[in-house]
Write a protein of this length. Structure first.
Length: 508
């Protein structure tokens, strides 16, 4: 056993999985990318000044009546279909009653016993290539709450704050809550399964185009429910719910942490408290929030101000036919088409480059060239700026057409690889297109065959030991001579031509 700063004990992970079977339930909230809120016409722009995107409806003022967002319903159906769910022919909204400072109406308009999508599944691929099926209980529509800002404390939480402010801009933003059935059978891989599920779900929702799924901005977040069953026992244990986990890494870490915390409590003969927990990214621990309410405590009842939703079967089938290619299937197709190794594809996916590479190939670049230029200097700069490559490239005004142009300068014989890297850095610095940068910097391969032959002969004469190795069949040593030739010609030689000429001199 170990202890964390809160005084709570933790059991070693290996001991936990030897004695208990984990049971997970993952609730993922997806903010839809609609132009207006779920039940009013207020804008949904992220980062607007506090309380500038509000109206009587989303502020819950007396007499204000909601009107449902049609695009929100369409997005919910598309998500449900992509999750292999059944789509309800008739459903309605309900009021979930509770008081919280950032809930202006003192109830949340949600769905309770009649969700729009239910009984689905999502197959997720794990790191070793195996597949784990996660069954989906439901995907239902609701609205987001406002946001409390606790001021004066060191942590940004209410404890220690001198006062709190409330921003209602987020109140009423359309949400889809996707709830899994209990996930059993994952065993020691439970943290990995949780991360893979959320990652797969994120990719799927992004491909649908219904949300930007930016976890760091809260447009996708996960509540992690976890309990442990002693080996050989079929009855679920008491669960905890870690709220608003907003990164894939944190989903995995929070599952592991709660398994170790629960294990320590049960091994000591204690009882797990059914409660919400806060995840602390900096320390990697959870702390107690509040005792978890059961459904009956919310006093659900049908929303009287909204008519039921009854999507026509023909419309549902039209939406089904419009679904994009599943992300996993697309990745496999493109990997095969591009000839990427598993390692290369993994790096591309981890860097979020697949869309850019596909667009560049469609514009005329080779897959290898597109991967090379998008995963090089621009990826390094984007990472340093804390942005993904796509967003960073948009900010610079750099797109696939410039990659195609740069590659053309190399394949066309004007630039070698080293020159192209200089040109690309100039493009990223805002100096113009690849051709403009090459012209301005005077970058051009030296095509004078006589000068190349002279340089090769001088380098061979100056490096007799290396030349002897090449004559003996150690061809890999030619790289050292090529480097000397490039240096002699101030980087303007054609490396391939230099290699051919060196081998011609020494092996024939």
């Amino acid at each position: 056993m170990t202890q964390v700063s809160t005084g709570e004990a933790l059991m070693a992970y290996d001991e936990v999985v030897a004695a208990y079977d984990p049971v997970m339930g993952l609730e993922v909230h997806v903010e839809l990318g609609t132009a207006t809120k779920m039940f009013c016409g207020c804008a949904t722009t992220f980062g607007a000044d506090p309380n500038t995107q509000v109206c009587p409806v989303c502020l819950g003022l007396p007499g204000a009546l909601p009107v449902v967002n049609a695009i929100g319903i369409e997005s919910a159906i598309r998500i449900g279909l992509a999750l292999n769910c059944e789509i309800a022919s008739w459903c309605r909204f309900a009021r979930k009653n509770y008081f919280y400072p950032d809930m202006p109406k003192n109830f949340q308009t949600s769905q309770y016993d009649e969700p729009i999508a239910f009984n689905g599944h999502l197959d997720v691929e794990l790191e070793d290539g195996s597949t784990f099926r996660v069954d989906i209980e439901r995907a239902h529509m609701e609205e987001d709450t406002g946001k409390s800002l606790h001021v004066g404390g060191a942590t940004g939480r209410i404890h220690g704050a001198t006062h709190s402010l409330v921003d209602y801009n987020r109140a009423g933003i359309p949400l889809i809550e996707i709830v899994t059935k209990p996930i059993v059978g994952a065993g020691e891989r439970a943290p990995e399964v949780a991360r893979a599920y959320v990652a797969t779900l994120r990719d799927l929702v992004k491909a649908l185009g219904v949300s930007d799924v930016k976890m760091e901005q809260g447009s996708m977040r996960c509540d992690v429910n976890l309990s442990l069953m002693p080996k050989g026992v079929a009855e679920f244990g008491t669960r905890s719910e870690t709220k608003n986990v907003n990164s894939l890494r944190s989903v995995e870490r929070s599952v592991r942490y709660e398994m170790c915390r629960h294990g320590a409590i049960l091994a000591a003969g204690g009882a797990v408290t059914q409660e919400t927990r806060h995840w602390h990214e900096d320390t990697g621990i959870t702390t107690a929030g509040r005792v978890k309410s059961d459904a009956e405590d919310y006093r659900y009842f049908p929303e009287p101000d909204l008519v039921p939703v009854a999507p026509a079967p023909e419309w549902v089938e039209e939406l089904r036919a419009s679904l994009p290619e599943p992300p996993a299937q697309r990745r496999k197709r493109l990997q095969t088409a591009y000839g990427f190794s598993d390692l290369e594809m993994r790096d591309v996916l981890n860097a979020g480059l697949l869309d850019l590479i596909e667009e560049s190939v469609a514009a005329g670049a080779t897959p290898a060239g597109a991967r090379k230029w998008w995963s090089g200097e621009i990826a390094r700069r984007a990472n340093a700026a804390g942005q993904d490559v796509s967003s960073y490239a948009v900010g610079l005004g750099v797109g696939p057409a410039l990659v195609v142009e740069l590659e053309g300068l190399v394949t066309g014989g004007r630039l070698n690889d080293a020159m192209a890297r200089q040109v690309w850095e100039g493009v990223l610095d805002g100096e113009g297109s690849p051709t403009q940068v090459a012209d301005a910097r005077g970058l051009q391969l030296n095509r004078d065959s006589g000068a190349l032959e002279a340089a090769v002969d001088e380098v061979i004469a100056a490096n007799p030991d290396v030349a002897a190795k090449i004559r003996e069949g150690k061809v890999q040593a030619v790289g050292a001579l090529i480097g000397q030739v490039m240096k002699a010609m101030k980087g303007q030689a054609d490396a391939a031509a230099a290699r051919s000429l060196i081998l011609e001199r020494l092996t024939q």
